[in-house]
Design a protein around this ligand. Structure first.
Ligand code: AHM
Ligand code: MG
Length: 353
């Protein structure tokens, strides 16, 4: 038998996502709990989607539905299930006035005075669904702009990333993780789902992206469609130079959540630049680029289209696309020098924030 009991030193062991969100709420003067409850709903929907993803090979939910989504892409069954799950849970929770989803041409505009607008990609990395590679969910939350006495409007979603109240992503991978931030002041935190208990626990507290990394992540199969500056940038990363620790290693999964998460934790750069096939870029501003940009900036990283800061872009369409370059500040600065000067550059360091 123990003769005495001593309180354990402060530790993050056993801090659930719910406890963490509640703590953050207490740190926000005037918080009413509406935002907290919306985050709980997203976490709940994510657990339901996780269960579907884990069962996918068994439950006949792999493959295509036969439909084509607004982007002209073939819809997979899991895309549809994830979309339905998030929308049902968020709608029932009554905290949102508008939901914009990659899977739906038009936003869902809700009555009931919900104070937030949610932009989301319910299942990112669709091309990887059928081969057991990490996929995920990406979301951004805005405070509504419209009058709460009427249903939400498209304009509640068409806000620049600088107006995001929170953003996050889920990875359904070798483990399931939720990473979210409510801004630089509160940091970026990662939670891992304990499948035995069905609860997310804090596993990556206050994630900071390294100042510079040693990997680049880009679909090099698109080389022939890139402009000269992008080609020169990738060639530069592949050259040998001890001082700048080149060549960089190449890592590309093809699921933004996975490529971005690795870049966030280990540093380096992820890029989906504009190319001849996708002159506006491939990724979607509101529910892919903005949430990732918000998280990277909150973790000390940077996010650019090559021409401007992602979070400053004024959206005019729900499904608008943008080039996206995110990563360690020094690595993004190097990309920008190539994009702006169109050729090789001397070693680049990010401007201090
Ligand atoms: P999705 O939302 O339909 O899954 O498409 C977005 C995905 C991203 O996850 C990933 O970064 C990119 O598309 C990969 O594109 P590509 O196959 O052209 O490299
Ligand atoms: Mg996507």
């Amino acid at each position: 038998m123990q003769t005495s009991w001593r309180a354990a030193p402060p530790s993050t062991v056993g801090i659930s996502l719910e406890a963490h969100i509640s703590q953050q709420m207490e740190m926000s003067p005037g918080a009413t709990g509406h935002f907290t409850s919306l985050l709980y709903q997203i976490a709940l929907a994510a657990k339901l989607v996780d269960a579907q993803v884990r069962q996918a090979g068994l439950a006949d939910v792999l493959g295509y539905t036969g439909d084509v989504n607004v982007q002209g892409e073939r819809v997979q069954k899991l895309d549809t299930m994830a979309n339905d799950t998030f929308i049902t849970v968020i709608q029932r929770g009554q905290r949102a006035c508008a939901i914009g989803s990659e899977e739906l041409e038009d936003p869902i505009l809700l009555p009931g005075g919900g104070r937030y607008a949610v932009a989301m990609d319910p299942l990112d990395g669709s091309s990887n669904i059928d081969c057991n590679i990490s996929i995920g969910t990406i979301f951004g939350i805005y405070r509504r702009k419209s009058d709460p006495s009427v249903p939400g409007t498209l304009d509640d979603l068409l806000q620049p990333g600088t107006s995001l109240r929170a953003a996050g992503y889920l990875i359904y991978g070798s483990s399931t993780m939720l990473v979210y931030s409510t801004g630089p002041k509160f940091g970026v935190h990662g939670f891992t789902l304990d499948p035995n208990i069905g609860e997310f626990f804090l596993s990556h507290e206050n994630i900071k992206v390294p100042q510079r990394g040693s990997t680049y992540s880009v679909n090099e199969g698109n080389t022939a469609r890139w402009d000269e500056a992008t080609r020169a940038w990738v060639e530069y990363l592949k050259q040998e130079d001890k001082e700048t620790k080149r060549p960089y290693g190449a890592r590309y999964v093809g699921s933004l959540v996975a490529d971005a998460h690795r870049t966030l934790v280990k540093g380096g750069i992820f890029a989906y630049p504009a190319d001849r096939k996708s002159p506006q870029g491939k990724l979607r501003l509101l529910y892919e680029a903005n949430p990732m940009a918000f998280i990277f900036e909150a973790a000390g990283g940077r996010a650019t289209s090559g021409k401007e800061r992602i979070l400053d872009i004024a959206p005019h369409q729900l499904h608008q696309r943008t080039p996206l370059i995110i990563g360690s500040p020094d690595d993004v600065a190097t990309f920008e020098r190539f994009a702006q000067e169109g050729g090789p550059v001397a070693e680049t360091r990010a401007e201090p924030a």
